[in-house]
Design a protein around this ligand. Structure first.
Ligand SMILES: Nc1nc2c(ncn2[C@@H]2O[C@H](COP(=O)(O)OP(=O)(O)OP(=O)(O)O)[C@@H](O)[C@H]2O)c(=O)[nH]1
Ligand SMILES: [Mg+2]
Length: 201
């Protein structure tokens, strides 16, 4: 299905925030624990199988990978947080760079927080929701890998997580999703499209 994000192209990868594209226009970031499915979600949303690199090995995305779907409108795939096996030095680098990015990036208008539906609402996820809310950014939670649960479990988790999110933010929406099967893709694109309305720039 075609949507605002269908004509997305790889733009650049940055090891440091100083290497990111010019801080103009609007962009949203895909954040979440390592292996939650950030890169797969970008591929599902844009309908491009190999756009963002996916791997069975957690810690795969080790750069800020930037994609452009309209002039000066970008999706940014962030390195995953909280992956214990990444060497300490690299973790420190990424903690610093991600914090730098979140605090200083003027064109950042919103974050999509991706969780594995079987392990939702870890400390970093809660911090990200709180931070986005306090910073006045848009935020949306994806409970990804829903294909791993049955319908009853999916419903129960969605209700529970929705309640929990409300403790941290009254502006964060939440949906279930499967990046693998692309279930929830239309809903996701419907949520994200108005974030990019011209008068938000
Ligand atoms: N079953 C299932 N597997 C998924 C889904 N989404 C992603 N995966 C798998 O989960 C693994 C990690 O996916 P990625 O998209 O690389 O995860 P990531 O969050 O970008 O990971 P890092 O780059 O390491 O932070 C891959 O093996 C994917 O195929 C999903 O909806 N269902
Ligand atoms: Mg990734």
């Amino acid at each position: 299905m075609s949507n605002l994000f269908s004509h997305c192209e790889y733009l650049t990868s940055a090891y440091k925030t100083s290497q990111l594209p010019d801080d103009v226009g609007m962009e949203i970031a895909f954040a979440g624990r390592s292996n939650a499915g950030k890169s797969t979600t970008i591929n599902a949303l844009t309908n491009h199988k190999g756009l963002a690199k996916v791997s069975k090995t957690p810690g795969r995305t080790q750069l800020f990978n930037c994609f452009e779907f309209k002039p000066n409108k970008r999706l940014v795939d962030l390195p995953g947080y909280g992956y214990a096996k990444v060497p300490m030095k690299m973790r420190k680098h990424w903690d610093k760079e991600i914090e730098n990015y979140l605090m200083k990036r003027d064109s950042l208008i919103g974050v999509v927080i991706i969780m594995d539906i079987r392990h939702p609402m870890k400390v970093f996820d809660e911090q990200m929701i709180t931070w986005a809310h306090n910073s006045g950014l848009y935020s949306h939670v994806l409970l990804n890998k829903a294909d791993k649960l049955n319908n009853n479990e999916i419903k129960k988790t969605l209700m529970k997580v929705t309640k929990e999110i409300a403790k941290y933010s009254d502006s964060t929406s939440c949906q279930t999703f499967s990046a693998l099967r692309k279930t929830g893709s239309a809903e996701l694109s419907q949520i994200l499209t108005p974030w990019f309305a011209e008068d938000n720039g």
